[in-house]
Design a protein around this ligand. Structure first.
Ligand code: NDP
Ligand code: GUE
Ligand code: MG
Length: 277
């Protein structure tokens, strides 16, 4: 049976360490979260982030905007937050309503306050191996691997998914850790051919049941990034957890795996931003 990688416990340890460090600072770090519209999943994520901030001694400023907010209104708020000295980090909850241009909005965030690391400046820095902020979800995965002494160097790593916020930067960080990386996506024929050779398999698609036990090598480390809702309305990942845990050496649960670490890495980035000021 696989070892369950406990992201929830690791995130709690991380928050306690950050809360401790915050007491040594001369001012309170601050996060501004912008939520446009009222998607229930986004609301849940935002309220969790606020609890995390409170535990760490950070200020949090929530900006809720109507679903029909114009791009000009959103950009005006970001411009104000960019120059607001109480705000160290700015997070615009994604996805945005369709009429708003995500790329434009992300580019308008001051790179030194871009704690998601989505701005092209921060993406570029990370790609060159000189990150200012690390992308939260992929860096959260790397933190889990490190905490459990799972060495990436020389390993065959397969990432399923190539989004700008998860799959692509995940591949980059695994490459920088000296893994040999394959990135699969919706146009990959015979996905199982790739997944079966992986020593470290990361699933980041958003499709329940995508990764079955017969697609996983005996003893592989399986990381499930996805957050899907199953028929019962419960969170589940892309991996058939019950079957795959009999094959894998290590596996992340959903919930309780990568999600909490994404939030922990966000807190790390806010602390970094505050200390740089
Ligand atoms: N735990 C956490 O902290 C976080 C979890 N998530 C979750 O992770 C998942 C992925 O998020 P995100 O990257 O934003 O999603 P996107 O929808 O942006 O990307 C999904 C990727 O999966 C690929 N894909 C789709 N179908 C298949 C398939 N059948 N076989 C192989 N690849 C496929 C797509 O390929 P193509 O490029 O060809 O379209 C795409 O690259 C979601 O469930 C999301 O909710 C996201 C962020 C943080
Ligand atoms: N600008 C922006 N940055 C993001 O980082 C971002 C985003 N937009 N949009 C949505 C996705 C998704 N995401 C998650 C964060 C935490 C959990 C998380 O904490 N999950 C818990 C469960 C949550 C609960 O049950 O309360 C778990 O897996 O155990 C999940 C998903 C961040 N995202
Ligand atoms: Mg997306």
């Amino acid at each position: 049976m696989a070892i369950i990688l406990d992201g929830k416990a690791l995130a709690e340890q991380t928050r306690q360490r950050i809360a401790q460090e915050v007491t040594t600072l001369s001012r309170q770090p601050g996060l501004a979260v912008i939520l446009v519209g009222d998607d229930p999943a986004s609301r849940l994520y935002v309220s969790n982030k606020e609890k995390d901030c409170a535990q760490c001694g950070f200020k949090s400023f929530e900006h809720r905007m109507a679903a029909d907010t114009t791009e000009a209104e959103l950009l005006a708020l970001i411009a104000e937050l960019n120059t607001n000295d109480d705000v160290d980090g700015i997070l615009v909850q994604l996805p945005l309503p369709k009429h708003l241009n995500e790329e434009m909005v992300i580019q308008s965030i001051a790179p030194e306050k871009d704690v998601d690391a989505f701005h092209p400046y921060n993406v570029g820095r990370m790609s060159q191996g000189k990150p200012v902020f690390l992308p939260c979800t992929p860096a959260g995965v790397m933190a889990i691997l490190k905490a459990y002494d799972i060495d990436v160097a020389g390993k065959d790593c397969v990432v399923i998914g190539r989004s700008n916020i998860v799959g692509k930067p995940m591949g980059m960080l695994l490459t920088q850790a000296n893994g040999t990386v394959t990135i699969c996506h919706s146009r990959t024929p015979n996905l199982a051919e790739y997944t079966k050779r992986a020593d470290i398999l990361v699933a980041a698609v958003g499709r329940e049941g995508l990764v079955r036990a017969d697609m996983v090598k005996e003893g592989a480390v399986v990381i499930d990034v996805a957050m899907n809702r199953n028929a019962a309305g419960k969170f589940c990942g892309d991996v058939d957890f019950e079957a795959v845990k009999a094959v894998a050496s290590h596996i992340t649960p959903v919930p309780g795996g990568v999600g909490p670490m994404t939030r922990a890495l966000l807190l790390e980035n806010i602390l970094t931003a505050a200390k740089r000021k």
